[in-house]
Design a protein around this ligand. Structure first.
Ligand SMILES: Nc1ncnc2c1ncn2[C@@H]1O[C@H](COP(=O)(O)OP(=O)(O)O)[C@@H](O)[C@H]1O
Ligand SMILES: [Mg+2]
Length: 294
């Protein structure tokens, strides 16, 4: 197949994609209630996610962060409430409508498991084959190679199996798979859990860069304080079955909820804040030494 054939196929693919979302909030949640039997996880929960932001989502273990993410992507049917994604209520949408928005988000689940019997490239191709079964193998390979390199992996990682990769490389491969459909929305559930601090910081940096260059909106569940300080535009706090507060960290510090105070005013948070300030200061010093144009 010639290169031109490929190009034709890419153009056809682009025409099939829905237009980009131009509203302010790609995700709007109102009055969300989720329960397992009598056990209520969320009760009348509200949340808006702004276009282009990285929203950090924090809360104690079992507070319902993963269930919230699963509700937004339609894997958990809520008891009540409305969840709008790209302006469409997905809780009572026709299956076709849900399919219409499903290719506009990418997901990295908690634990981020790749299929262990598939190579990185084959893992990245799973969502592509699902949504675009007509794509030719040559093009699938090309897209997988591109996504692999996009997430900072060496090109030859595409042909490796997950077991041959380090922890940090596996997370990048998971991110490559989440980006396979060129999503506008990205959901990540504790993506840096289990990484050493240097690996985690590099992943954060990559995520911020990709968010800005690809124009993504990111729903990022994390309990990594360094991540919250370094790359999150706002942070939503889950407690008492609701989002009890959402804002920048300085804004959150002004609320007097005990969980927020303990979390953001504890010694670990202060250490993360100091190290963030220090890295910002050294960034500024670097800017100056380059004439402030860096
Ligand atoms: N499929 C399920 N069936 C029953 N209970 C569940 C299910 N999924 C989650 N839960 C419960 O809901 C609560 C919130 O879970 P989860 O969202 O996974 O918490 P986390 O904030 O740690 O991600 C937990 O108490 C969990 O045990
Ligand atoms: Mg979880």
């Amino acid at each position: 197949m010639s290169e031109n054939d490929n190009r034709g196929e890419v153009q056809e693919l682009a025409q099939d994609l829905p237009a980009g979302f131009d509203g302010e909030y790609p995700i709007r949640i109102r009055g969300l209630t989720n329960a397992f039997g009598d056990f209520v996880v969320h009760e009348e929960l509200d949340l808006d996610v702004k276009r282009g932001e990285i929203l950090g989502v924090v809360g104690g273990s079992g507070s319902g962060k993963s269930v919230l993410m699963r509700s937004i992507i339609g894997l958990q049917i809520p008891k009540h409430g409305c969840i709008e994604v790209f302006g469409k209520d997905i809780t009572d949408a026709e299956p076709d409508t849900v399919i219409g928005v499903r290719n506009r988000w990418g997901v990295l689940f908690q634990g981020g498991a790749l299929f262990s019997t598939l190579t990185v490239a084959e893992n990245v191709q799973v969502p592509l084959k699902q949504f675009y079964p007509e794509l030719k193998q040559e093009l699938l390979d090309e897209i997988a190679r591109y996504k692999t390199v996009l997430t900072g992996l060496p090109a030859d990682a595409a042909n490796k199996f997950p077991a041959e990769l380090s922890g940090g490389m596996k997370k990048r491969a998971g991110l490559a798979r989440a980006l396979s459909l060129d999503p506008e929305l990205l959901f990540l559930d504790e993506p840096t859990a289990g990484l050493d601090p240097i690996g985690a910081a590099k992943f954060d940096e990559l995520l911020r860069e990709l968010t800005d260059t690809l124009g993504l909106t990111v729903f990022l569940i994390t309990h990594d304080l360094d991540t919250l300080y370094a790359i999150c535009d706002r942070v939503a706090v889950l407690a008492d079955r609701k989002v009890i507060a959402v804002g920048t960290i300085p804004e959150l510090l002004q609320t007097d909820h005990p969980w927020i105070q303990e979390y953001f005013n504890g010694p670990r948070s202060r250490a993360a804040a100091t190290s963030h300030e220090r890295s910002q200061d050294s960034g500024k010093a670097l800017d100056k030494s380059h004439g402030g144009e860096a």
